[in-house]
Design a protein. Structure first.
Length: 255
């Protein structure tokens, strides 16, 4: 039901847009689902390969496949290789046992590189025509994924660059941009429903504090404060917030 609901939201968002903008939305939804897929895989491994986490991963990869199938066919050629490499990396990860020693030392870098390569390729096709709400959702899910990788695997391989892409930004720059965006978006959520606005504000306060404590270059599994990272809670709050942003994007475009 969750998959169907999110697919319907995506369809509603796409159908109300001009043709060129529809392609951009599908690219952004694919980037969102790519981040979510890697994040749910990390949660699956980090929480002991529990069946409920496997269900979340399968649901996220199903949405990733659906969003890739929905993008402009002319863009498939540019994205097919990094897209396929990410799916292969995720499936490979499922073949390893639950212990940290079961995971090859090269695998975390392989997985993070596969995600970054797909995001960078898709963002390059997207150009400067981002939907602000969807881009905020992508940035949030990427930060949550980096946070989970630091907590569960020890690091996330992503080299900052100067190409202007959100993928090349460090975690503090991403968080600062999200902070600015959320200051504008939270009142919109409150205007649509007061209860939603209060819950969203509470979620963002938690996420802002947790993600602000995260240091990708720091000690594995510990924040700047020295406290242990809490990837399961951060992942749940980030997922709830990004879903609100996707729904708000759909509602905004249909007006």
């Amino acid at each position: 039901m969750c998959v169907l609901r999110l697919l319907l939201i995506g369809c509603a968002l796409v159908l109300c847009l001009p043709l060129q903008a529809q392609g951009n939305v599908q690219l952004e939804l694919m980037q969102l689902h790519a981040c979510r897929s890697v994040g749910s895989f990390l949660g699956l491994r980090g929480e002991g390969l529990q069946p409920e986490h496997l269900q979340v991963l399968r649901r996220d990869t199903e949405q990733l496949r659906a969003s890739f199938a929905a993008i402009d066919p002319a863009q498939h050629e540019s994205l097919q290789q990094p897209y396929a490499r990410l799916l292969v990396s995720l499936e490979e990860g499922l073949s390893y046992g639950p212990s940290e020693d079961d995971l090859p030392w090269r695998y975390p870098e392989q997985l993070s590189r596969a995600l970054v390569d797909l995001l960078r390729a898709a963002d390059g096709l997207d150009g400067d025509r981002h939907d602000a709400l969807l881009l905020s959702a992508i940035k949030l899910e990427l930060l949550a994924t980096q946070y989970a990788a630091q907590a569960y695997l020890g690091y996330f391989e992503a080299t900052p660059g100067a190409d202007g892409s959100y993928v090349s930004q460090g975690e503090q720059q991403l968080l600062a941009e999200l902070d600015t965006s959320m200051a504008q978006l939270l009142p919109l959520m409150a205007a649509s429903a007061a209860d939603q606005g209060r819950r969203a504000s509470a979620d963002w306060r938690y996420l802002r504090m947790a993600l602000g404590d995260f240091d990708r270059a720091g000690r594995a599994r510990l924040g700047r404060s020295g406290r242990p990272l809490a990837p399961l809670m951060v992942g749940r709050h980030a997922r709830g917030m990004s879903e609100r942003l996707v729904q708000l994007a759909a509602a905004t475009e249909t007006r």
